[in-house]
Design a protein around this ligand. Structure first.
Ligand code: KDG
Ligand code: MG
Length: 412
């Protein structure tokens, strides 16, 4: 490996093959290329500008090998710390540098992180439906694909929706849920916690009766309950042996999880909207959660995510990397390299990308029998097809807002 690999250029690439993605491509003087994911759903261009206007000029001429130094430099020299935009930008640089180092070494990134700690990363898929029959078809499709762990979401009767719902029936058996909508600015959904709290235990009672005890079941509350409501839900779901209950209450106030924890043994997962180790400090040190649900893309990249997971590991807390479609294939690959290498891996979310996405991002990770593997290609193992990317220009898309029955804005 050459001692120094000077950065010659860094380009911010924006494309929309079925949904928007922002990618950073760093090239060294010797023409070695590294990719990093900088996609922040619904706020994509803010990160693109942060990178293009404020970070790229700082990268030119730096030694691509100095990953830790570059991370600390970008984090500390900005003065303005943390937050999703900064941490996504730093993440993209970090991933691209790990990619370059792997390509120069001729090794997959997981080898550079200490090598594989397992044969593959247990993955969970999404199933959802307009009602239980519809959801049942969606679950059976995921089981047929080989998944052993499935997240269940269903529309709550009388509420006209819920979080994370796509109708398997309406999409001909194909799961097509995509939270960011291109339709316009003012997409709003209704929410009623009392109806939801009554229905969620029925959903899981049905699921266990229908699919038996072995399949691992997960559920995402998407920050919609108060701590005491979340505690009640966790307790009500205990008979159904959930793998995890996700984002049961907003976690900005980390201490609020003490209340939830006191009342239930249902495992708790939190973190997709948090973006630094400091956002998890109380949650981890007081063992208030069981899974850290951070994403490599919004949490400062491989360097910071690994630091966070290592910290969690001291408290017997496992990883549960965020992996919806808004994490690009570059981010998914980075998450898998980390997941394969760390000791305290828990599970990896896998919301498979649209086939158009794979026309732009050529990946080498693979799925078989419920497990994902990042592959053994050097670096992250993802290539970017410029010609394909140019066919899909950026389209503004927004995440919905939720409102209570009286019109009050609620957590989405
Ligand atoms: O961009 C927001 C989505 O990534 C998020 O709503 C998906 O909650 C989510 C999940 O668990 O994948
Ligand atoms: Mg979630």
């Amino acid at each position: 490996m050459t001692a120094v690999a000077r950065i010659r250029s860094a380009e911010v690439l924006v494309t929309s093959p079925s949904r928007n993605f922002v990618t950073l491509r760093i090239t060294t003087d010797d023409g070695v290329v590294g990719l990093g994911d900088a996609t922040l759903n619904g706020r994509e261009l803010a990160v693109a500008s942060y990178l293009r206007d404020h970070v790229v000029p700082l990268l030119i001429g730096r030694d691509a090998h100095r990953i830790e130094d570059t991370w600390q430099f970008l984090y500390r020299s900005a003065y303005w710390r943390r937050g999703p935009i900064t941490m996504s930008a730093v993440a993209a640089v970090d991933m691209a540098l790990w990619d370059i180092k792997g390509r120069l070494a001729g090794m997959p990134v997981h080898q550079l992180l200490g090598g594989a700690s397992r044969d593959g990363c247990l993955a969970y898929a999404h199933a959802s439906g307009a009602d239980l029959e519809d959801l049942g078809d969606s679950v059976r499709a995921r089981l047929d694909e080989g998944y052993r762990a499935i997240r269940l979401q269903v529309a709550v009767p009388g509420m006209g929706g819920g979080y994370g719902i796509a109708s398997a029936r309406a999409s001909g058996g194909r799961y097509t849920y995509e939270p960011a909508k291109r339709a316009g600015l003012h997409i709003e959904e209704g929410w009623d916690s009392r109806r939801y709290l009554r229905y969620a235990p029925e959903l899981f009672e049905w699921a266990r009766a229908e699919f038996g005890p072995e399949v691992m079941l997960l559920h995402d509350v998407h920050h919609r309950l108060t701590p005491i409501e979340a505690a009640r839900l966790g307790r009500a779901l205990e008979p159904y042996d959930l793998f995890w209950l996700e984002d049961c209450t907003p976690a900005e106030n980390q201490e609020s999880l003490r209340l939830v924890r006191r009342h239930t043994t249902t495992p708790l997962a939190i973190g997709e909207v948090l973006n630094s180790v400091w956002d998890f400090r109380t949650l981890i040190q007081e063992q208030l959660i069981d899974y850290v649900r951070a994403s490599v893309t919004h949490t400062g990249g491989i360097t910071h995510l690994k630091r966070l997971f290592d910290f969690a590991g001291q408290y017997q807390i496992k990883s549960g990397s965020h992996g919806p479609t808004d994490i690009s294939p570059v981010g998914m690959s980075a998450a898998l390299h980390v997941g394969l290498a760390i000791h305290n891996f828990g599970i990896q979310e896998h919301m498979a990308h649209h086939e158009l996405t794979h026309e732009v991002f050529r990946t080498s990770y693979r799925f078989a029998d419920g497990f994902l593997h990042p592959g053994d290609a050097p670096g992250l193992g993802v290539d970017y097809d410029d010609a394909a990317a140019e066919r899909f220009s950026y389209e503004p898309a927004f995440l919905p807002a939720a409102r209570l029955v009286d019109g009050t804005v609620h957590d989405w």
